[in-house]
Design a protein around this ligand. Structure first.
Ligand code: 5AD
Ligand code: SF4
Length: 490
């Protein structure tokens, strides 16, 4: 751990990304705490005050924001959408690609004006970017008006940190280099009909392009009984869908002493809970085992959608990404999934322009896409992340070529998205109605079991319920249909 004292009145504890240090991290026990409480003197700090949180990045961050909101509300703060009204503004940041970081620095620029108008405003930066030393240094130098920086391992310290920021003239910085223990009973402000549930934290995969194992720390699984109790409670509260979350969910349980309990076992227990829909993300192909496939094939409340990031279709690139599987292994996994669950929808993540990727190697990704026929995918141009091994690899691929590859990849993916949607024409599918459509309030928007976006006309009272929809049109990115007035039992 590096400890830096600055000439200001604060100390910073964190570790810049270092593969060799991070890989040395041991399997020492992580303690689980069940007795979190906000001290009495902090419970009214936020009375008559408002907070606003801007969240960037993945679902893990969205879920952390729910915890941060829960903590702030227990301190008396209330939510606002209006920046002028806010007394606390937090940016919960993402470090996975450079453009995510650029957005945050841009936003800080805008917020500096607000801070000048309202000096009592507490402006904070948290999330993955805070775990990077270079980011903290840049904020200290270029955005000294920021009041508070905290990381991903000490969210539970928020009440103390807000209090400190309120009374301190200095920037309050608390970033832990090592992951802390698991704190079980943090408050969470959940809204709507869908709920995220963490099953594990961190990642030990160390894909060479990825910053996450450094910003989120080592893999720590929550105890199955705690996950199950939380899901039961959400079912009792009436949530219709839960998403089990982890950076690499297939490694669930590997850090348990006996290593005998995995994601398949957990899903098999969650399957028996009376909650209509259960999803999980994100999978890593290497750890996706037969037990999980066998359990998913039982269906019921386990949805037939698997997000299975492949990243590349070329073995040499996969090796340099340190993905620890081959194209053949991946395709075999796809075959096994499809055999056990013939109507499973597969989606993926793909990176183009990894350092040194040749045209031929990129063609292997295209051919893999054609072979798997994904329903959709998130596609990215490789973005070097300081401190990761790939950032030091020689990269002779011009950016323009990377952009062209991205366009070609997306065009190829769209062919299969459309084709797969067309197969649903005329079928009646079950939809969980989520909201009015963003573009037309007459139209309702929901999701199929396979997570496809479905639009149909119907009364607003249907929001939050399950309906049947007969598919009438199949554009590439969503499905249109007619509401079938037929009862759905859930
Ligand atoms: N550059 C581009 N894409 C990245 N991803 C992760 N790190 C990088 C990076 N450095 C992508 C991967 C991952 C998804 C969440 O983000 O495809 O699956
Ligand atoms: Fe990053 Fe996912 Fe690889 Fe972990 S498994 S290092 S989160 S890409």
């Amino acid at each position: 751990m590096t400890t830096k004292k600055t000439d200001k009145d604060y100390s910073i504890y964190f570790q810049p990304p270092s593969l060799s240090d991070a890989k040395k991290r041991g399997k020492e026990d992580i303690a689980v705490h069940y007795n979190f409480d906000i001290p009495e003197d902090m419970r009214s700090i936020g009375e008559n005050k408002f907070y606003l949180i801007q969240t960037y990045g993945c679902q893990m961050n969205e879920h952390d924001t729910e915890t941060i909101k829960g903590l702030l509300e227990q301190m008396g703060y209330r939510a606002t959408e209006d920046r002028q009204q806010a007394d606390v503004i937090l940016l919960n940041t993402c470090a996975v690609r450079e453009n995510a970081e650029d957005k945050v620095f841009g936003e800080l620029g805008h917020l500096s004006h607000l801070k000048r108008e309202k000096p009592s405003l507490i402006l904070g930066v948290c999330g993955c970017m805070s775990q990077e030393e270079s980011v903290v240094n840049r904020i200290m130098k270029k955005h000294p008006f920021v009041d508070l920086i905290f990381g991903t391992h000490n969210i539970h310290r928020l009440p103390h940190l807000v209090k400190e920021a309120m009374f301190s003239k200095e920037m309050v910085i608390e970033v832990w280099s090592k992951e802390g223990d698991i704190i079980e009973n943090l408050p969470k402000k959940r809204e709507g009909i869908k709920a995220w549930v963490n099953i594990m934290y961190g990642c030990d995969k160390f894909c060479t392009y990825c910053i996450v194992p450094y910003t989120r720390g080592k893999e720590r699984s929550r105890r199955p009984e705690d996950v199950i109790a939380e899901v039961r409670d959400l079912a009792r509260q009436g949530f219709k869908e839960i998403m089990l979350l982890g950076q690499n969910v297939n490694a669930y349980g590997k850090d348990f002493e006996d290593r005998k309990y995995g994601l398949g076992d957990l899903m098999d227990e969650v399957r028996k809970i009376d909650i209509p829909r259960v999803r999980f993300t994100t999978s890593h192909p290497r750890d996706f085992d037969d037990r999980l496939i066998e359990v998913l094939a039982k269906k019921g409340n386990l949805m037939e959608h698997i997000h299975l990031p492949v990243q590349s279709g070329n073995n040499e690139i996969l090796k340099r990404m340190s993905r620890k599987y081959t194209r053949e292994h991946y395709l075999e996994l796809v075959r096994k999934i499809r055999q056990a669950i013939p109507d499973a929808v597969l989606t993926t993540d793909i990176i183009v322009g990894f350092p040194g990727e040749t045209d031929e190697q990129f063609e292997d990704t295209i051919s893999l896409v054609k072979e798997v026929e994904y329903d959709s995918a998130f596609t990215f141009i490789y973005s070097p992340r300081e401190g990761t091994p790939a950032a030091d690899m020689e990269d002779n691929v011009p950016y323009k070529v990377k952009q062209e590859r991205l366009v070609r990849l997306n065009d190829t993916l769209n062919v299969y998205s459309k084709r797969n949607n067309e197969r649903l024409m005329g079928q009646t599918i079950e939809v969980l109605v989520e909201s009015e459509s963003k573009y037309n309030p007459e139209v309702l928007a929901g999701r199929s079991r396979t997570n496809k976006l479905v639009h149909f006309e119907g009364p607003k009272e249907l929001i939050g319920t399950f309906v049947k929809v007969k598919v009438t049109e199949t554009p590439t990115f969503y499905i249109k249909g007619d509401w079938v007035r037929e009862a759905v039992t859930h």
